[in-house]
Design a protein around this ligand. Structure first.
Ligand code: ATP
Length: 136
């Protein structure tokens, strides 16, 4: 499994996958982020994921599952997702920070688009409602 973008979301996701015995290649362009996770993931590499050559050198095109965990930088998210799709990776997941972002990722052919903040808001609503029922 490849996780691209090791911010709060990608970092948590990658560590959870490692805990479940999944081998994880983590990629981020920020040296400090990569250093902070070195040793915790199977491999951690500094690279710009919008560059096809960089991804190929890392063998990303040979994986069958990849997650684009870049959110705020819309251009980087879209370019990275587009490369992963063009590699023919069977299971591409990507995080979207808005409905429009999610729509573009789907149009590119991303197989699973997640909206963490939106989805977590809905989950917390269920939890809050459940908790509130305890007091009725
Ligand atoms: P989070 O909420 O998970 O912290 P975010 O959406 O606020 O994420 P972003 O700035 O989009 O944060 O990026 C998440 C991570 O992706 C950062 O650690 C950033 O260095 C990395 N990143 C951004 N662009 C690229 C790129 N082109 N190549 C590799 N890593 C990238």
């Amino acid at each position: 499994m490849v996780v691209i973008g090791l911010g709060r979301f990608g970092h948590a996701l990658a560590l959870e996958l490692v805990d479940e015995e999944t081998e994880v290649l983590g990629i981020d362009e920020n040296t400090e982020v990569v250093q902070a996770l070195a040793g915790s993931l199977t491999h951690t590499v500094r690279a710009d994921s919008t560059k096809e050559d960089a991804l190929r050198q890392l063998g990303v095109h040979e994986f069958d599952r990849a997650v684009v965990a870049i959110g705020t930088d819309l251009e980087a998210s879209i370019l990275t997702a587009s490369l992963l799709i063009s590699f023919g990776i069977e299971n591409v997941w990507a995080k979207a920070t808005s409905e429009a972002h999610g729509r573009i990722l789907t149009q590119l052919g991303v197989h699973h688009v997640v909206h963490p903040e939106h989805d977590m808001g809905q989950r917390v609503a269920h939890l809050v409602r459940g908790r509130m029922l305890d007091y009725i």
